[in-house]
Design a protein around this ligand. Structure first.
Ligand code: FMN
Length: 303
């Protein structure tokens, strides 16, 4: 069974990676992902300066997934740049994808440049993080701003740029503009803005009050967004949202994703989920008479 895919110029030996934010900054974590069969590894989102992140609690299990408000805690672009060579070494031939966020176009450009200097193989622009005050939320919901960010980054870096978008009424428009700006691929979708209330304290549970919902509860939404965006654009897409087994992964690919990313299920079950999804997908494809995983991309669109 051929499992290699090319997403936006990035060659992945399997169509499965982790989603940004769920992998520690450690060579050991990357080795575990690679050994489990990941076709790529995605780093946590990096901002220019160190960010401590939001007040605790930051993560809470809810029915159908996780509600998170981490606040893009990260060591800052300088430190991340210096860690990349070691992370790349741990990944071997598996591509390492950096993730970038900023509060201005300039910050996106600077951080992207620094991660490229460190040696990442591609850059995912987190245009949609629903809990980044004054930053990602506004940018990713505004087609013109998304265009500016992508265009400015894509014109200065050599590695492929992936625009990661969140759910909004304008997601199709933002996707089109991001591609016009030079994005080689899209990652759809980020977490969905949500809340949980502690009934005893009678207050929002998360330190940041609002959070982002990921996990199986958002899967049908991801299917819909990927289907709609693929139909209009035929873009290279990383499908993200509620992948927990081979069937949820295959659904995103039938909708149009060339590869999938796994977030919440990795938090639940660790990297064995990657191996399980991969094995299950291969078994399904074989049983259905396919020889190459690329044959199913966008198949749900045929008349
Ligand atoms: C704990 C946690 C941290 C996350 N941090 C980031 C992040 O730093 N950057 C980002 O683009 N997305 C982040 N996300 C969103 C995921 O990458 C993914 O888009 C989302 O969780 C949907 O996928 P899932 O349903 O498989 O969890 C985070 C998600 C979780 C659960």
């Amino acid at each position: 069974m051929r499992t290699e895919v090319n997403v936006g110029g990035l060659v992945l030996r399997t169509p499965i990676t982790n989603a940004s934010g769920v992998l520690e900054w450690s060579p050991e974590a990357i080795v575990r992902m690679v050994e489990a069969g990941a076709g790529g590894v995605v780093l946590k989102t990096t901002t220019k300066e160190y960010r401590a992140g939001y007040a605790q609690p930051r993560v809470v299990k809810v029915p159908g997934g996780w509600l998170v408000a981490v606040g893009l805690a990260n060591p800052g672009a300088d430190r991340v740049r210096s860690m990349i060579p070691e992370l790349k070494k741990a990944a071997g031939r598996v591509p390492v994808i950096g993730s970038v966020a900023g509060t201005s176009v300039q910050e996106f450009v600077e951080v992207a440049g620094m991660l490229e200097e460190g040696g990442v193989d591609a850059l995912e622009l987190n245009l949609s993080c629903p809990h980044f005050k004054g930053g990602g939320l506004e940018m990713g919901q505004d087609p013109a701003v998304s265009y500016e960010v992508v265009k400015n980054v894509a014109s200065v870096v050599k590695v492929p740029v992936i625009a990661k978008l969140g759910l909004s009424d304008k997601v199709l428009e933002v996707a089109v503009k991001s591609l016009e700006g030079g994005a080689r691929a899209l990652a759809l979708i980020n977490t969905i803005r949500s809340m949980k209330i502690d009934v005893y304290r009678k207050k929002p549970l998360l330190g940041n009050k609002h959070g982002g919902l990921g996990g199986e509860s958002i899967h049908p939404i991801a299917v819909r967004v990927i289907y709609d965006v693929y139909k209009e654009t035929k873009a290279d897409i990383f499908g993200v949202g509620g992948v927990k087994d081979w069937e949820t992964a295959v659904e995103l690919m039938l909708a149009g994703a060339k590869a999938v990313q796994i977030g919440s299920a990795l938090m639940d079950r660790g990297e064995t989920v990657i191996t399980e999804v991969l094995r299950g997908m291969e078994k399904f494809l074989w049983a259905e008479g396919f020889e190459d995983v690329r044959e199913i991309v966008g198949l749900a669109h045929r008349e």
